[in-house]
Design a protein around this ligand. Structure first.
Ligand SMILES: Cc1cc2nc3c(=O)[nH]c(=O)nc-3n(C[C@H](O)[C@H](O)[C@H](O)COP(=O)(O)OP(=O)(O)OC[C@H]3O[C@@H](n4cnc5c(N)ncnc54)[C@H](O)[C@@H]3O)c2cc1C
Length: 325
């Protein structure tokens, strides 16, 4: 058993929360297997020794650092394939998200490996990893284990919790990778800056989520005002992002992001199962809906039956007054 290799994505000098969750999970599992926990990072000069070493805090013992373009899948596939071929890690682990899915799929094809996506938990059984994957719209869970090595495990976004269980700094190992010709055929031109896309909703403690009940795109102003007064961020349902009312990056649910903030305030959201699976782990769920039979009330801690056009501005006003007072 030669260890677990986890991909850690960084941006502007910090590793993202989802990646730190995956590194922590990789370390926990490696410990149970009696194996090593490694991480791979790809990027430029911002990947300093000091930054890479911090992954030790989350349990990585070794960090393989590769110079290349961050944020694109193909260079990372090349990097991870080389690290695995040279070091023989038995598993590659990803925190999920679109980039994780893309890299994981590419690595699977490159290494002729087995892959499981949308994994919500991983356990050790008979000295091997077994991935738990929800199926049939999350109504059942299947166990998946791997025949041969490496096994590729791609988590659902934010499925793995961050844990600072490491013993100290990670060892940083530079790896030279000659990228495939096709890997350099994509360039990052610009990171998207859609409305609402500048806030990382997975990291927010408070989310004010809006649905079709907002009536129109401009209705999101009510959510933005409330989120601002609370120091939170804005999230959305698929119905409204499909309608072009808000950014796709804010979509919560089965085909969007999975979040678990301290407070999830849902305004004008019916609570469809596909939305629920992305936010049900929130610590406190507050729902505002004018229909007292809306399914969202079945899994809310506090339900308010009423018109969001009246309630949201009043709430924002009250919070501002309290903060100002
Ligand atoms: C394969 C698949 C994947 C999907 N993935 C996702 C996903 O990832 N995320 C997601 O969100 N959905 C997803 N969906 C869509 C999902 O099934 C629902 O259609 C969607 O979540 C509904 O969005 P909504 O709650 O905004 O709209 P609606 O269901 O139309 O609900 C609007 C609610 O607003 C209330 N309302 C209206 N006016 C007011 C008012 N003035 N004040 C207060 N309340 C009001 C209504 O009573 C209603 O309950 C998916 C569907 C499929 C088939």
């Amino acid at each position: 058993m030669a260890g677990i290799l986890t991909y850690a994505l960084h941006y502007e000098g910090a590793f993202n929360k989802n990646s730190l969750g995956a590194v922590s999970e990789g370390a926990k599992l490696a410990k149970e297997l009696g194996a090593e926990s490694h991480a791979v990072v790809v990027g430029g000069d911002d990947l300093t020794d000091d930054l890479c070493k911090t992954l030790g805090k989350y349990g990585a013992t070794k960090v393989f650092r590769v110079k290349g373009e961050e944020g694109l899948a193909q260079p990372v596939v090349d990097a991870m394939a080389k690290v695995i071929e040279e070091n023989g890690q038995s598993y590659a682990l990803f925190g999920g998200g679109l980039l994780g899915f893309e890299i994981g799929a590419g690595l699977t094809a490159r290494l002729n490996a087995g892959v499981t996506m949308e994994v919500t938990a991983v356990k050790v059984q008979d000295g091997k990893l077994v991935a738990e994957r929800p199926i049939l719209q999350d109504s059942a869970i299947v166990d998946v284990d791997y025949v041969g090595e490496p096994g590729i495990i791609i988590g659902r976004l934010n499925a793995f919790e961050i844990a600072e269980g490491g013993d100290g700094d990670a060892e940083v190992v530079d790896v030279e990778v000659s990228f495939s010709e096709f890997s350099n055929k994509c360039k990052m031109v610009q990171r998207g800056e859609q409305r609402g896309a500048d806030v990382n909703i997975e990291d927010a403690d408070i989310l004010v989520a809006g649905g079709r009940g907002l009536g129109k795109a401009e209705g999101f102003q009510l959510c933005e005002d409330l989120a601002e007064s609370l120091g939170g961020a804005v999230a959305a349902t698929r119905a409204v992002v499909d309608a072009g009312w808000y950014s796709y990056s804010a979509q919560i649910g089965q085909t969007g992001k999975t979040v678990a903030p301290k407070l999830y305030l849902a305004a004008g959201i019916s609570g469809a199962i596909q939305h629920k699976v992305g936010m049900q782990a929130s610590e406190n769920i507050v729902a505002i809906n004018k229909d007292q039979n809306a399914p969202i009330f079945e899994f809310s801690d506090l339900g308010i039956v009423g018109d969001l056009n009246k309630i949201l501005p009043k709430l924002t006003e009250a919070i501002k007054a309290k903060k100002g007072g």
